[in-house]
Write a protein that binds this ligand. Structure first.
Ligand SMILES: Nc1ncnc2c1ncn2[C@@H]1O[C@H](COP(=O)(O)OP(=O)(O)OP(=O)(O)O)[C@@H](O)[C@H]1O
Ligand SMILES: [Mg+2]
Length: 248
């Protein structure tokens, strides 16, 4: 079953095509990855699916469980269980970590906050009373945002560069959470450049210059990315698609 279907999605900004007729099917319950060089349109796609302001004026359609979500607000999409861990985690002046995580939980139990913080490798005693502002590092905020989404038990989670700003010792917590999401039936879409993150996925899509170039098995796609895509200057649409990778 497809949890998400993107149909002929096209997004233009300032006369530039940021996403060019994208068609994607996301199988429910799998871990997918979206790979591609800087500026490929990966975050733009995630932002458009979430319905963030500035990313709502597109042609084509986005179906969640078979129904169009095109006209839904970001909150309505979130209530359906569509979530995003941002590439650049937001700051919320004056909001404690405790309140930030509790805001997303129906059952307001502090034990759930403790559990979620431990999941991302942060000591609840040290972090619950901190504020989600500039006094936390980017990596800490990213892990707190991930902890918050973990407690929501979403249907679909986009993780935009889940390892960026996160130190090498803490990445293992992120990988564990990806496994937990899968165990709970959450569909995961990882946006990444990192081979280690890509290895967590079961299926992948390669983007370049606003185009979906190919999709398929992770190893084949990674070979294509390192061999053909990384050495390229990424200007315009790559001309040839490796045989066997496109629909692998
Ligand atoms: N709101 C916007 N207004 C204008 N241009 C935008 C906007 N959002 C994204 N872009 C442009 O769209 C292109 C794709 O950006 P995007 O952030 O999606 O890339 P990305 O694949 O996520 O790259 P990275 O790996 O660097 O995160 C870039 O050239 C970017 O400048
Ligand atoms: Mg990005």
């Amino acid at each position: 079953m497809n949890i998400l279907e993107i149909k002929d999605l096209e997004l233009n900004k300032d006369g530039r095509k940021l996403l060019n007729k994208i068609n994607i099917e996301i199988w429910a319950g799998y871990v997918h990855a979206i790979v591609g060089p800087n500026g490929a349109g990966k975050s733009t796609l995630a932002n458009t699916i979430m319905g963030l302001s500035g990313y709502r004026d597109f042609s084509g359609d986005i179906l969640f469980k078979g129904k169009s979500i095109k006209n839904l607000t970001i909150d309505e999409r979130a209530r359906l269980g569509i979530t995003l861990v941002f590439q650049e985690p937001a700051r919320f002046e004056g909001l404690s970590v405790d309140d930030f995580i509790l805001a997303g939980i129906k059952e307001k139990k502090s034990i759930l906050v403790d559990e979620a913080l431990r999941k991302v490798g942060l000591d609840p005693l040290k972090y619950r009373q901190r504020f989600v502002d500039k006094t936390l590092s980017g990596g800490e905020r990213k892990r707190i945002e991930l902890a918050s989404i973990y407690t929501m038990k979403p249907e679909l989670v986009f993780m935009d560069e889940p390892d960026s700003g996160v130190d090498i010792d803490s990445i293992k917590y992120i990988f564990e959470i990806i496994k937990d999401f899968k165990k709970h039936g959450t569909t995961v879409i990882l946006v990444t450049h990192s081979p280690d993150v890509l290895k967590q996925a079961e299926h992948a899509f390669l983007f370049c210059a606003g185009n979906l170039i190919c999709k398929g098995e992770v190893n084949k796609l990674f070979e294509y990315f390192t061999g053909r895509c990384a050495p390229c200057d990424h200007v315009g649409k790559p001309d040839k698609i490796e045989k066997g990778v496109k629909n692998g």
